[in-house]
Design a protein around this ligand. Structure first.
Ligand SMILES: [Zn+2]
Length: 197
């Protein structure tokens, strides 16, 4: 349908998540039809993130240093710790602007069928952080689906011998879905109305 180079570009773009064939074509035509569009900065930043971005040694979030920007921010509330599955969930919660505490990124959710047990997630480091003291509330913001709920109950049991209060985001989030797809208002409300586990 397209010449070699154009097909190649559309194919490469189409490998990205959330970019379907139509979006890939739209981007390819945009690049071709806009002589002012400079592809170099985009290509360079794609290469740079591969080289420079690593995981924060405290919370597991993406970082360009040993610690991420949230962990290094002295204005964040040390008493609150929000547990999420993935780094993209932190971005979703930050967009909602309701939460000002710290984070802990698990790296996924419990899923025995897929071979993901507690040892595969950053649960050990979470328990160490909580036991180190200073945290009064752990907010479990795993996805509102089967694996997310199973992970939330596992964590609630694992934290039961500590003196922190364990809370879960209020209902209202799309059930079965992914936290990152919730809009900011819904997410903000879910934070404000969180309940004890
Ligand atoms: Zn961090």
């Amino acid at each position: 349908m397209f010449d070699g180079e154009i097909s190649e570009l559309i194919e490469q773009l189409g490998k990205l998540p959330a970019v379907g064939p139509k979006s890939a074509q739209r981007i390819a035509f945009y690049v071709l039809q806009n002589p002012s569009f400079d592809p170099l900065p985009l290509a360079q930043s794609l290469e740079t993130i591969r080289e420079k971005v690593t995981f924060c040694e405290v919370c597991g979030m993406l970082a360009t240093d040993t610690q991420c920007s949230v962990c290094m921010d002295p204005r964040r509330d040390d008493a609150l710790l929000c547990v999420v599955e993935e780094a993209k969930d932190v971005w979703a919660i930050e967009r909602a602007r309701e939460y000002r505490g710290r984070y802990h990124v698990l790296g996924g959710a419990l899923s025995p069928m897929d071979g993901v047990g507690p040892e595969q997630l950053r649960i050990g480091t979470l328990l160490s952080r909580v036991r180190a003291g200073g945290i009064t509330e752990v907010i479990i913001a795993t996805d509102p689906n089967l694996e997310g709920e199973a992970t939330a109950s596992y964590l609630s049991r694992a934290l039961s011998d500590t003196c922190v209060s364990v809370t879960r985001l209020a209902s209202g989030l799309p059930v079965g879905g992914d936290l990152e797809y919730a809009d900011e208002v819904t997410l903000g409300r879910a934070f404000a109305g969180r309940r004890s586990l």
